[in-house]
Write a new protein. Structure first.
Length: 1035
């Protein structure tokens, strides 16, 4: 309105569209003519004001009196999947039973993270590569993969040898399992882990009948068919002690060729030592050579025709089933050898089994002896024999985070029809594959794994570790079956996904090695030189000359040359490249005990399980051991600390001209960084901050949410050198914006980082004064209208709360935009100023339904939760207030799973354990089903240059409603007068607006008109207002 001075009539009755916002800083009598002193529960329509929508509970049963701290929806890109989470004040994170907008009967959802409440911050949430990250300031960073993500690797291992610690060959079906198409398939036809793939099968018996075996029992020894441990078995009982009593069965199964492979399942119930001849003996005989094996309490022995030689160390375990495979090469009888497998694991290669002589070709013999002890007993479950090598087949599946579910989808009609049981194993921290104990949901037909679409689920493992295989690092799983999969068509998988089962929870992140093999820092050869003139020679890590390295005759490493190397990180193995001049003596070995690490006080064995993939430096390969409690040290003349290992060789010296390079296989402990504080995703990378050196931002490897190492990892330092911890990170356009905690008189910092990789990151400090409160007090908004001298343009802005006020930045400068409500940041206004120590309770979030910011503040001297609620209109840059039927402490926008509205708004109650849908209905309804009408009102101030005014008429236009009135309350110098009730109903059916023109008698220098509706289930929409104003002359 534009009053004209010098005339008795100051205004015309013409209605002016309602537009603008409140000014709560200035006194009402100081406001310009037509300004707003109050706007409550209304939203600007540009022009006009419309009553905001109400709120209703997302669920019917509350979570005690918990406060909702933050909300987040995890939505995937490659899969159709959504999850809605609520962080609660007791530290728990709840996952909604039903996705919005469905109202859940009962509690909001099940607990999915049992977090720490003391010191907890409003969480940072983000998503990278369809994996969600959660950080609450006190627990370790958490990750969650949801229900179904495509696996990151699917490899079928199919070779003549069992897979080693680090398999490198296989059929990679990753694309076929993860491309989302049904026309590409993983081929699992005839899959059979550790199968005897023979052109000729000599025998295959389950011992249900043994009458085809010749009974050669002697004395009171007895061989019988029995059921033992639910299995049909051949039982061998030596009877009374003495060499005259044996249990003995013999069968001629045909004529053997040069290759004889035998598999048997045996249970040694009672056997004695080899020396006591209380053993169980097995033989496979060709006419000129035989495999002769003895199972004894002190080990497995195979004869070379002269002596019994132990294979491995104490491999025979009594009172348990053991599956043995002997793969024999009889092509040259005098140098016959065999490979020995135990439970699918290769235990020894090229074992001498050259027991030559004249035998009956094709005979198989079982004998139980009991020379010194009576009733030595062995059970045989089954026996197989063929003419070809063993073929090892299994599946390897890799996920980027620990999984508890694998979901298989098959081509219709192409599923397994054989009676088969599968075993899914995970990589355990002792370096072994260990049974997950999965529930196999692919058993659609009883007893037949992979017989239909379904999920394998298991409980989360606390001892699971990532592993390196096929050139990739992640969480690997091994699946195998001892029975061949069959189907008339074949077995074909079209999709394999991983995820978390219905009872699984968040997982703490780990620092997973990125898979790049760093060279050793130094390689040093200790020259024993007969112990008379020892010396240390420094060698190049990528070209170390170790020719003629002297082996340890005693095996203890005290009489030989020793190879030392070091690394910056702990390691569980090395890759040795022998180049063009490998060692060529098969008697050189690296045994358990030949590798040691530094404990901090002494050298100690790297473990009993050493896997030497180089076969004594005869070929390039991996040498691995288990993870150990390594400690860094200085070594020799070096003045720096690092992790040192050493090894020696056994059997024979290395040959001339042997040159090697050494690369290490590192592993990391995420807890070295501290506990998780904030996270973000930026340029396809995770960014984390921790409580240790809280001003550092750790930028992880591309698309790897758990890899903070390697060349693709970098560290950024926020701010101006002060160590104020980072409280919030947000991606802004192409940059990363970071806020630090406001401490002391110097406050906080806002920093903008730019760049694409660790080699070119740079930073711009936007402020060394302001910071923010938490992750929920910052919002990035794209497409905000900003004013210039000539027009309005769209830009991207960041709004955030600070002690200074509500701030906005375009990435170049920072401006306080809360001038009209700045009393909330005025320390002299103890009634309305934000309360110190409660900053993390406050929030600022975007509400796209009304294109504005909803802000919750803790104000005054006693409030402990948000009690003042503001709305900032992003079009006109003006302020207004809300009063809520149930106060909220956070807000989030989510995508609807159903219905017609794509984006919905939700908030968390401050003290009632409830999550609410916002912008719905016409009332505020809390978890106790208490309905609070929405008290919507707008107050306009009329004052002009201190003149005494007389308002004679009022013109008001509103949108027609189905019920209700607009109550107009006049105020003279803040004193209320008599209410005027104006109907909002249509005067004529079909009318869109309702107009009132009515007389008033208001006199004063400060006159106010409040327009209000506060009736349950009613709404109000104000269009425009006009007043006829006169100057009272002579006053």
């Amino acid at each position: 309105m534009d009053p004209k001075s010098g005339k008795k009539q100051l205004t015309k009755i013409n209605a002016i569209p309602l537009r603008g916002g409140v000014d709560k800083v200035r006194q009402r009598a100081q406001l310009l003519f037509g300004s707003f002193s109050d706007i409550n529960n209304l939203r600007p329509m540009h022009p006009g004001f419309k009553q905001r929508k109400g709120m209703a509970t997302k669920h019917t049963t509350n979570d005690g009196s918990n406060e909702g701290i933050s909300l987040y929806q995890f939505a995937k890109g490659r899969r159709v999947e959504q999850h809605f989470f609520a962080q609660m004040s007791d530290g728990d994170v709840l996952k909604a039973t039903d996705n919005p907008p469905t109202v859940t009967t009962g509690v909001f959802g099940a607990e999915i993270h049992d977090g720490t409440s003391s010191g907890m911050l409003p969480a940072s949430w983000s998503t990278l590569a369809d994996i969600m990250m959660y950080s609450n300031g006190v627990d370790q960073h958490q990750i969650y993969a949801g229900t179904n993500n495509y696996v990151h690797a699917f490899v079928k291992y199919d070779a003549t040898a069992t897979p080693g610690t680090i398999p490198t060959i296989g059929l990679d079906y990753t694309v076929q399992a993860t491309d989302g198409r049904t026309t590409t398939e993983v081929v699992l036809d005839d899959l059979n882990t550790y199968a005897l793939e023979s052109n000729t099968t000599y025998d295959d018996e389950d011992m249900a009948v043994i009458t085809d075996w010749t009974d050669n029992d002697t004395g009171d020894g007895a061989s019988t068919q029995v059921t033992f441990d639910t299995k049909s078995c051949m039982k061998l009982d030596s009877g009374t002690l003495g060499s005259a009593n044996t249990a003995n069965r013999l069968q001629d199964i045909g004529t053997f060729g040069d290759r004889v492979t035998v598999e048997l399942s045996i249970y040694c119930d009672a056997v004695g030592t080899l020396a006591a001849v209380d053993t169980s003996r097995f033989e496979a005989r060709r006419n000129d050579v035989r495999l002769s094996v003895q199972f004894a309490s002190d080990g497995l022995y195979i004869t070379d025709g002269v002596a019994w030689n132990e294979v491995g160390t104490n491999l025979v375990v009594q009172d348990t089933w053991q599956k043995w495979v002997f793969d024999c090469d009889f092509s040259t009888p005098a140098s016959a050898t065999c490979d020995v497998y135990l439970d699918g694991v290769l235990k020894a290669s090229d074992v001498d089994c050259s027991s030559t002589g004249a035998f009956t070709n094709g005979e198989i013999l079982f004998v139980q002896n009991g020379n010194t002890t009576a009733n030595q007993i062995t059970y045989i479950d089954y026996f197989k024999c063929g003419d070809a090598q063993i073929s090892s087949e299994c599946l390897y599946i890799m996920t980027p985070v620990p999984a508890t579910k694998l979901t298989w989808t098959f081509t219709a009609g192409w599923v397994n029809t054989a009676a088969a049981v599968g075993t899914l194993k995970y990589r355990k921290n002792d370096g072994t594959w260990y049974d997950t104990g999965e529930t196999d949901g692919t058993i659609i037909t009883a007893g037949k794994t992979l017989s239909g679409n379904g999920s394998m689920t298991w409980t989360a493992k606390t001892d699971e570790i990532p592993h390196y295989m096929f050139g990739r690092t992640g969480y690997w799983y091994q699946w195998e079956t001892d029975t061949k999969l069959t189907d008339a068509n074949g077995v074909r998988v079209t999709s394999l996904t991983y995820g978390h089962n219905s009872t699984d929870k968040f997982h703490s992140i780990e620092n997973v090695w990125d898979g790049s093999l760093p060279y050793a820092i130094e390689v040093i050869l200790y020259d024993y030189n007969d112990g008379t003139n020892v010396s240390y020679a420094s060698l190049s890590p990528n070209d170390a000359e170790v020719d003629a390295m002297v082996f340890s005759a005693g095996g203890a490493g005290t009489d030989c040359d020793i190879l030392y190397w070091n690394s910056w990180d702990k390691s569980w193995g090395i890759y040795v490249d022998v180049g063009d001049t490998p060692h060529n003596n098969a008697t050189t070995t690296i045994l358990a005990g030949d590798i040691e690490y530094w404990t901090g006080t002494a050298w100690a064995s790297a473990g009993a399980t050493i896997t030497d993939g180089t076969n004594g430096f005869r070929n390039s390969g991996f040498i691995t051991w288990i993870r150990n409690s390594e400690e860094p040290r200085q070594f020799n003349t070096g003045q720096y600390y690092s992790y040192w290992h050493r090894l020696w060789i056994t059997g024979a010296n290395l040959g001339a001209d042997v040159r090697i390079s050494i690369q290490t296989l590192p592993y990391f402990d995420i807890n070295d960084f501290g506990r998780g504080v904030t996270n973000c995703t930026w340029k396809d990378r995770p960014t984390y901050t921790f409580d240790r050196y809280g001003h550092y931002i750790h930028v992880g490897a591309t698309n790897r949410p758990m890899s903070l190492n390697g060349d693709d990892y970098g560290i950024l330092m926020a701010g101006d050198g002060r160590h104020n911890k980072v409280l919030c990170q947000k991606k802004f356009k192409n940059e990363l914006m970071v806020w630090q905690e406001e401490l002391g008189l110097e406050g906080g910092c806002v920093t903008l980082f730019e760049g694409y990789n660790p080699g070119n990151y740079g930073k711009l400090v936007l402020s060394t004064k302001v910071g923010t409160f938490s992750a929920k007090s910052v919002e990035v908004i794209e497409g905000v209208l900003t004013s210039t001298k000539t027009d309005e343009v769209l830009t991207d802005l960041v709004f955030f709360l600070s002690r200074t006020g509500v701030c906005a930045t375009d990435g170049k400068s920072i401006q306080v935009v809360s001038d009209q409500v700045q009393h909330h940041f005025d320390p002299t206004d103890t009634t309305n100023c934000i309360r110190y120590g409660y900053e993390k309770k406050m929030f600022l979030k975007y509400d796209s339904a009304y294109n504005g910011l909803r802000i919750g503040l803790v104000t005054g001297s006693s409030a402990a939760v948000c009690n003042t609620f503001l709305f900032f209109d992003l079009v006109d840059k003006v302020w207004m207030y809300d009063t809520l039927g149930q106060n909220i402490s956070c807000m989030a926008e989510v995508e609807a799973e159903s219905g017609n509205i794509p984006i919905l708004q939700y908030g968390g109650g401050t003290n009632d354990g409830a999550i609410y849908r916002l912008n719905t209905g016409t009332n505020d309804i809390d978890i106790a089903a208490v309905t609070t009408p929405i008290d919507a009102y707008l107050t306009i101030e009329f004052g002009y240059e201190g003149l005494m005014l007389a308002i004679r008429e009022l013109l008001l236009r509103m949108k027609v409603q189905t019920a209700g009135d607009c109550t107009v309350t006049p105020y003279t110098n803040t004193t209320a007068g008599t209410d005027l009730t104006l109907s909002m109903l249509a005067e004529t059916s079909g009318d869109a607006s309702r107009r009132h023109r009515t007389g008033l008698k208001l006199h004063g220098d400060s006159i106010s008109l409040r327009f209000r509706n506060a009736v349950e289930s009613q709404e109000m929409f104000l269009y425009d207002v006009g007043v006829l104003v006169y100057e009272l002359e002579g006053h």
